[in-house]
Write a protein that binds this ligand. Structure first.
Ligand SMILES: *[C@@H]1O[C@H](CO)[C@@H](O)[C@H](O)[C@H]1NC(C)=O
Length: 436
């Protein structure tokens, strides 16, 4: 195994996370050594990395649309159609709002390209009824039948459970219970006993801390989940956004190098959390974002004092303004709980190009001041005319994350979402980083 960083910009976390990386490296070496006894050296390459994305079913119907024919399938190992939603009735999953009639064509396209077709279940707006679906032995039995009937009906290869979150309120009106994590595990064990469930790829999309236990605190031992999941995808994004105190990185690679008030979590700490609680590194996939969050920042806060070009780090923003993002952003309205929400302010990577923040190659442009934060390995751009600042990931961010995945011995990446990229600039950067 070769482990080295080719760019000095990465040296900072090499020192900060040397113990994690060293442990990961030893683990990785061991892992490969074991496989070498089964495979010839020549046959071994990096093709055992997982290259995963979520495919948002509803964007097949958006402007611009992102259809199954727009996916460069050969660049992926798994794709998760989003979302099938557990309902109040444990026997029913809903595809409402996700263009469910197009799911069969998605599965067909994936299989033609030798890509595993997963269904992503739940999501931020679809996690109301996980708790009740797994809340009793009767319900667990019924829910096992519901999900296996669903995967059989559509010929799916697996399920990515996006429960946001067990015993932790997400959108605001989810059913939650202190027993959620325990019941979830009991359900998964039962699903693995099922002849259909035994053969599925089972995974979870998780937060940056472990599942909450009965007390509401993150569990310190989640090793039971390692027995039932093929992998977990850590959603290391939305770490900063309109709810934060200041502008900050959507998807920080590291944060221990930031000021203490700016340590809100990162890929590095999330991996430490989950691995420390018993999920092997080679069952961890890093969730990465092909979008960023926007903020309205007055000129007086956007720049370091005395400068009209150099952007300030972590500036305050106008908390009363909820800017509209790119054409996929909503205009606000009632959420799944019926509460009024303002527009999200998200820009997909293509949206940053569309709106003149970046050029056609995804690079910075002259009239848009930018700042690359070396700690989080993510950039900010600022349009002085509109006073919109966007924190996002560019090719350099994705390349750094790819190197981190390889260096730490993780299984690969999962990108929200496949349709957010532009000409595979991000996808190609993370893949190259992993394989370097
Ligand atoms: C079992 O599922 C039903 C809905 O199908 C729900 O009403 C009930 O509360 C669930 N039981 C538990 C203990 O969560």
């Amino acid at each position: 195994m070769i482990f080295h960083f080719s760019t000095s910009s990465l040296l900072f976390y090499l020192s900060v996370f040397s113990s994690l990386v060293k442990a990961a490296h030893e683990h990785h070496e061991h892992h490969h050594h074991a496989r070498d006894t089964l495979q010839t050296q020549a046959a071994r390459d990096d093709s055992d990395f997982f290259a995963i994305a979520w495919f948002a079913g509803w964007h097949q119907d958006s402007t611009p649309s992102f259809a199954t024919s727009d996916v460069d399938w050969e660049k992926y190992t798994h794709m998760a159609y989003s979302f099938a939603v557990p309902t109040q009735d444990v026997t029913q999953l809903s595809l409402d709002g996700s263009e469910g009639d197009k799911l069969p064509a998605f599965v067909q396209a994936a299989h033609q390209n030798n890509v595993k077709a997963l269904i992503a279940m739940g999501g931020w707006a679809g996690s109301m009824y996980f708790s009740s679906a797994v809340g009793s032995p009767e319900n667990r039995t019924a829910f096992v039948k519901t999900v296996t009937d669903f995967t059989s009906k559509y010929g799916l290869d697996g399920i990515n459970f996006d429960w946001e979150y067990p015993n932790k309120q997400g959108i605001g009106c989810n059913v939650i219970s202190p027993n959620d994590a325990m019941n979830f595990l009991a359900f998964l064990l039962q699903l693995r006993q099922d002849p259909v469930g035994a053969k599925l790829s089972l995974s979870a999309a998780t937060g940056i801390t472990t599942f909450s236990g009965p007390s509401g605190e993150p569990l310190t031992d989640v090793s039971g989940f390692a027995e039932v999941f093929d992998f977990i995808a850590i959603m290391n994004y939305d770490v900063w956004g309109s709810w934060s105190a200041t502008v900050g990185p959507n998807s920080p690679l590291a944060d221990s190098c930031a000021a203490s008030e700016n340590q809100q979590g990162s890929a590095a700490t999330a991996v430490k959390n989950w691995n420390g609680a018993g999920i092997p590194l080679d069952k961890i996939v890093l969730g990465v974002a092909s979008y960023g969050h926007s903020f309205v920042v007055p000129h007086s806060d956007a720049f370091v004092s005395g400068s009209s070009t150099e952007l300030a780090a972590y500036p305050p923003f106008d908390r009363t303004a909820f800017p509209h993002g790119d054409s996929w952003d909503d205009n606000g309205g009632p959420d799944a709980c019926g509460h009024h929400e303002p527009s999200g302010g998200t820009y997909n990577f293509w949206g940053l190009i569309d709106n003149g923040f970046l050029d056609q190659s995804g690079n910075f442009v002259d009239n848009i001041p930018n700042r690359f934060d070396s700690c989080s390995q993510t950039p900010y751009v600022y349009n002085p005319d509109t006073t919109i600042m966007v924190s996002f990931d560019n090719a350099q961010s994705f390349s750094s994350k790819g190197k981190f995945i390889k260096g730490a011995g993780l299984k690969g990446f999962a990108m929200w979402e496949s349709g957010g990229d532009y000409k595979n600039i991000l996808l190609d950067a993370i893949t190259a980083g992993m394989r370097e």
